[in-house]
Design a protein around this ligand. Structure first.
Ligand SMILES: Nc1ncnc2c1ncn2[C@@H]1O[C@H](COP(=O)(O)OP(=O)(O)OP(=O)(O)O)[C@@H](O)[C@H]1O
Ligand SMILES: [Mg+2]
Length: 223
């Protein structure tokens, strides 16, 4: 099976090395796998997702996604645009744009077809329960609506690799289930790969593999 994500002995610190966050992390995710990344707050989950996406540079070590060398190649922006979908922990939607406009940003950036994208948007918004909020500015949406909106945005370009940082953290039980089911169904039916950071152990156990981090290191995994 082909490798989608390869992280080899990655070290990452902030504040000129004063804050060491990733301390020799290695991780291999084959194409099509659904992985949960768990561990206590501050152990480095979001930092690891940022490193995989190329948004954060590493101090040392290697990272590749879909065969691209994320550390060395200058194609990082292209990789983000065309290959990776990212649901950020704090969603990072633009508050003054409508949800629809936010969702169209990655499509425009990737040079996608607008009519086709609007159809996809309608389907995804319906499936996540935010269809009636598409024309509203993000600043007017609830936390859970923003989170579901961010998920819709991340899926617009049908990415090979989906990185989700606490995608259900702001959701009630019913929406949590709906969003998780949708995620799994979309990823499985299209043969995509998902790496999801979560504190929700019940959801984590339903993934193909659950990886536990502790203080910037891999502690263990459960298949
Ligand atoms: N830009 C930064 N500058 C300084 N420290 C940072 C920065 N980003 C993250 N950190 C620190 O790195 C550590 C790991 O942060 P990270 O966000 O990766 O944790 P996490 O596992 O995602 O936690 P949570 O479950 O709370 O989201 C934390 O102690 C955090 O304060
Ligand atoms: Mg985090």
């Amino acid at each position: 099976m082909e490798t989608q994500v390869m992280v080899s002995d990655v070290w990452k610190s902030f504040d000129n090395g004063r804050i060491e966050v990733l301390k020799g992390v290695s991780l291999m995710v084959p194409n099509g796998e659904i992985v949960a990344l768990c561990g206590t707050s501050g152990c480095g989950k979001s930092t690891l997702l940022n490193v995989i996406s190329g948004l954060e540079e590493v101090d040392r070590g290697d990272v590749s996604v879909g065969g691209y060398d994320v550390v060395r190649e200058s194609t990082r922006v292209d990789l983000l645009r065309h290959h990776i979908g990212y649901v950020f922990q704090f969603h990072h939607l633009m508050p003054d744009l409508t949800l629809e406009e936010n969702c169209m940003v990655p499509v425009i950036a990737a040079g996608g077809n607008r009519a086709h994208a609007l159809e996809r948007l309608a389907e995804l918004a319906e499936a996540t329960g935010v269809a009636h909020r598409l024309k509203q500015r993000v600043r007017e949406l609830s936390g859970g609506e923003r989170q579901r909106g961010a998920l819709v945005r991340s899926l617009m370009n049908d990415p090979e690799l989906l990185l989700c940082d606490e995608p259900t953290g702001a959701l009630d039980e019913k929406n949590r289930e709906k969003v998780f089911e949708l995620l799994i169904e979309l990823v499985r039916s299209r043969g995509r790969t998902l790496v999801m950071a979560t504190h929700d152990l019940e959801l984590a156990r339903r993934c193909d593999r659950m990886i536990k981090m502790r203080d910037g290191r891999m502690e263990g995994e459960i298949h």
